[in-house]
Design a protein around this ligand. Structure first.
Ligand code: MG
Length: 397
């Protein structure tokens, strides 16, 4: 079998901010500035494979087109060989960047899809077989109302994000959902949160019994992670901004996290996700791939890996997402009682719907940069000045 062509499909995931009916509801949280980039690989035997690249999709589209020239004519079934060939071809640009790894991720997924279809078996079967038939998901909520709505739908774990009154917000969520649901927080690793404040915040949150505290500081700050780990009795999670086994290695090797969160679309694909899972397994670390900003093809890829590895914790899912999300793929994943059924069709078990993707041309791929950090506002006290206002914030007032 030989690769004959590779095409990219770039789309705006949601309406741009401040336009259309969605703007009022969705702002810049999960739609508006997000792009999804799908890849399709064609072969001389008529089998095609699909993948998805995240990281910075508009830029990564060019990276995929660059890599196309070294893949045409290759046998798509030699996945590891092709992964290494791509890595060597671009290593002069750096080997842990999310643009290169993002391009390789989508191509890698498509190669696994082709192999599964050629052998008439799902990708999870190629990865060692199934550990489980369904994957537990966690959803996002920052208010008790949304949390209870999700609970009623069967969701068993929720994560709150951001730094607006985190103590008060998380106490309110725990009170609303009780002890039957898992609760997590994502602090988004902002450069303006000092390690000392991350520790102070973590100590305030200890009584809430969080499943994990995510990205208390930027993931590159490994010494800071060690300090937080030594001082706070909450499991830590990180990894969504890092790529390749070399990028994730310090967090795992130094036991700095309890949960590792590689992004399926930009950490290197199914090939790398499986390796990261094995590295984590050796350290007693669980795998919960980052998926909040990803499109539906990368989600399928994550499902196959989570079905196969022993240390799968759960998959991130933004349940309140963009209404058109399920229309750009076929079939849409099946969610029941807070779990997604593991796909059973050969390959990844999903395809893109090109005509629907074409309805949403890419327009922008960066956020609006809302924070103005004006003196006296919440953004100044949280994000810029080290103590003014933050005392109240840490006390939960
Ligand atoms: Mg996150």
């Amino acid at each position: 079998m030989k690769i004959t062509d590779i095409k990219t499909f770039l789309m705006q995931a949601g309406s741009p901010p401040n336009s259309g009916a969605w703007a009022a509801n969705f702002d810049t949280i999960s739609t508006g500035w997000r792009n999804w980039l799908f890849v399709k690989i064609y072969t001389d035997e008529g089998i095609t494979g699909v993948g998805e690249c995240s990281g910075w999709p508009r830029v990564i589209e060019t990276a995929v087109q660059d890599l196309r020239s070294i893949l045409i004519g290759e046998d798509p079934q030699n996945i590891e060989r092709l992964w290494q060939k791509m890595q060597v071809a671009i290593m002069g640009h750096g080997i842990t960047g999310v643009v290169g790894a993002g391009a390789m991720s989508g191509i890698d997924m498509a190669l696994w899809d082709i192999k599964g279809k050629a052998l008439n078996t799902p990708v999870w079967n190629l990865l060692g077989g199934k550990m489980r038939d369904r994957i537990r998901i966690y959803a996002h909520a920052s208010t008790p109302e949304v949390a209870l709505q999700l609970k009623a739908q069967g969701v068993t774990a929720i994560k709150a994000g951001g730094l607006k009154q985190p103590v008060r917000m998380l106490e309110g969520l725990r009170e609303a959902i009780g002890d039957e649901m898992d609760l997590m927080v994502d602090l988004h690793g902002p450069p303006w949160l000092t390690t000392a404040d991350a520790i102070a915040l973590g100590r305030r949150l200890e009584p809430l019994g969080l499943l994990f505290m995510e990205d208390p500081v930027a993931p590159e700050q490994t010494d800071a992670y060690q300090r937080i780990r030594d001082a706070v009795a909450i499991p830590l999670a990180a990894g969504e901004r890092l790529a390749t086994i070399w990028g994730l290695r310090p967090l795992i090797e130094r036991d700095l996290v309890d949960v590792v969160q590689p992004d399926t679309g930009r950490s290197g694909g199914i090939t790398v996700l499986k390796k990261i899972a094995a590295m984590a397994e050796a350290h007693g670390i669980m795998l919960a791939p980052h998926s909040g900003s990803l499109g539906p093809i990368a989600e399928y890829a994550a499902l196959h890996v989570l079905a196969a590895v022993p240390n799968a914790l759960m998959l991130e899912r933004v349940e309140i997402d963009w209404a058109a999300r399920p229309t750009v793929i076929t079939p849409a994943p099946v969610t029941i009682d807070g779990h997604i059924a593991v796909p059973t069709a050969p390959g990844l078990g999903v395809d893109i719907v090109e005509s629907e993707i074409a309805r949403y041309p890419s327009q922008r791929n960066v956020g609006l940069g809302k924070g103005d950090y004006a003196a006296g506002t919440e953004s100044s006290s949280v994000y810029v000045q080290s103590r003014l206002g933050r005392q109240r914030w840490l006390k939960g007032e």
